[in-house]
Design a protein around this ligand. Structure first.
Ligand SMILES: [Zn+2]
Length: 122
């Protein structure tokens, strides 16, 4: 089974992945600033988590921002991986079954490395 993209399709996919990577990189930078600001704010307030309701709110906000940052960083790594897959000509090959991933699916979901069937299986 051939799963190679044409040169044009490869270029189109690369543009989509790079655009998404650009967006996620901005998100990582913004979330990193959020985490820094929350940490700085909580240091200034010198909170008592147990008795000060503000304290637990800040801890919660910090945990939430850190979790979002972690997800965005994971996406960024996945997009870098996808760019490598494009370079190696295997972006349209399912990482699990070796079948073809439709270009439409790749364009709609630039981080995916699985065909629809494998993605549904989880
Ligand atoms: Zn598959």
């Amino acid at each position: 089974m051939t799963t190679a993209l044409t040169v044009e399709q490869q270029a189109e996919l690369r543009r989509a992945v790079e655009a998404e990577r650009h967006r996620v990189a901005h998100q990582v930078a913004a979330l990193g600033r959020d985490v820094d600001e929350i940490v700085a704010a909580s240091a200034m307030v010198a909170t008592d988590d147990e008795h000060d309701p503000e304290g637990s709110t800040i801890a919660y906000e910090r945990a939430k921002a850190a979790a979002l940052l972690g997800l965005a960083e994971r996406d960024l790594a996945a997009l870098d991986e996808q760019l490598a897959r494009i370079d190696e000509g295997r972006a349209a090959t399912c990482a699990r079954c070796g079948g073809e991933i439709a270009l439409e699916r790749l364009l709609a979901l630039p981080v995916t490395t699985l065909c629809v069937a494998c993605a549904v299986l989880g």
